[in-house]
Design a protein around this ligand. Structure first.
Ligand code: KG4
Ligand code: ZN
Length: 342
């Protein structure tokens, strides 16, 4: 089976062609092309929806043609056309999904409107054998959730952020330190260069509460107060302490989730997913926790953690393989679309 995927929910236009042979567990990326709009948005300090839509519509047709050509397969060999249908910015969702719907109509093949969060999680299964149910921490620019994935389309939410998403908190702290969007990779780099001997201490909100929720906006406010105070601050130290404080929050709640749900659901695998999962410090810390808890730890390669179309094609393949016949051409883009509601 071969699926073409389109991702255009935020500031990356990405197209991929992915193949999965019958009875094989893993998928193979035949081609992928991604155009990042980051440079266009940087001067505004964040993603400008109108600008993002315009960029997607300008390059999508070119990217689809190039990606199909590089896959060395013909358009009529593609079994289905998938695109992110939500959550995300409406303009981008409409552009990508309408393109995939049009191809599906012309080629008389199924259209698959993919949930972006589901794709972030499922792509971990493209190169590693992981059986359901599994535990998952999804950390992206818009979401921070702990979930049990009972099946490819059945997710139970155990806890989530009550305010900022983790990626958003990284971006806002980087901005306070005068770095451009996206801030996550900048904070990671600064933190890795810190020599040690921290003097500042940021809060760890909700860490002693038994629930599995997070709150990151207070940590960001504390960074703002530090930056605005008359004290001289060391950016390397602030970045290191911020990264450590949010990681401690993640570890505490993940440990709670593992302890609570391991026996009940027979969970044995832990998946780390989403853009923030490309952070090496966080990956290492959660990997160590999983080793202690005897859980198999899986995190996709960095290019599969950040937004990409391979994950959209792969989610389409998993749906088809489970007997899903695709979505109606009438299906609407959903700027908000919770994983529990798919
Ligand atoms: O999943 P993603 O590519 O897009 C969304 O679906 O939101 O995640 C983007 C987020 C941004 O907030 C970005 O700053 C963050 O992921 N991010 C990182 C790192 N790389 C990307 N955060 C921390 N450390 C990183 N290395
Ligand atoms: Zn994403």
């Amino acid at each position: 089976m071969i699926v073409l995927g389109i991702e255009s929910s935020c500031d990356e236009t990405s197209v991929a062609v992915v193949e999965k042979k019958k009875k094989r567990v893993f998928g193979r990326v035949l081609s992928e092309n991604t155009l990042s709009q980051i440079k266009k948005h940087q001067k505004f300090g964040g993603v400008v929806p109108e600008l993002a839509s315009r960029e997607h519509s300008m390059c999508l047709d070119f990217l689809v043609r190039k990606t199909i050509k590089e896959s060395k397969i013909k358009l009529d060999q593609i079994n289905a056309f998938s695109a992110t249908l939500g959550p995300g910015l409406l303009g981008g969702l409409l552009i990508g999904s309408n393109y995939a719907k049009t191809l599906a109509l012309i080629m008389k093949k199924p259209f698959l409107g993919i949930n972006h969060l589901q794709a972030h999680i499922l792509v971990a299964r493209m190169r590693t054998k992981i059986s359901y149910p599994f535990l998952c921490l999804l950390v992206s620019g818009g979401h921070t959730q702990i979930l049990i994935s009972k099946n490819y389309n059945n997710f139970q939410l155990l806890g989530e952020t009550l305010d900022d998403a983790l990626g958003e908190a990284f971006d806002k702290v980087a901005k306070l330190l005068d770095y451009d969007y996206p801030g996550g990779p900048k904070i990671e780099k600064l933190a890795s260069k810190f020599k040690g001997g921290k003097k500042i201490k940021l809060p760890r909100p909700l860490i002693n509460q038994k629930n599995l929720n997070f709150s990151f906006s207070g940590i960001k406010t504390s960074v703002r107060q530090l930056v605005e105070s008359s004290k001289v601050i060391d950016k390397y130290e602030v970045a290191a302490e911020f990264q450590e404080s949010v990681t401690e929050c993640l570890l505490k709640k993940c440990e709670g989730a593992i302890d609570h749900f391991k026996k009940k659901y027979g969970l044995s695998s832990f998946i780390l997913a989403g853009g923030v999962a490309s952070n090496k410090y966080i990956r290492e810390k959660i990997k160590s926790l999983c080793q202690v808890k005897n859980m198999k730890f899986i995190v996709p390669e960095q290019e599969l953690c950040v937004d990409n179309a391979t994950m959209i094609a792969w989610a389409g393949l998993e749906r088809l393989e489970n007997g899903d016949i695709g979505d109606s051409i009438e299906s609407q883009a959903k700027p908000r679309w919770e994983l529990e509601k798919i």
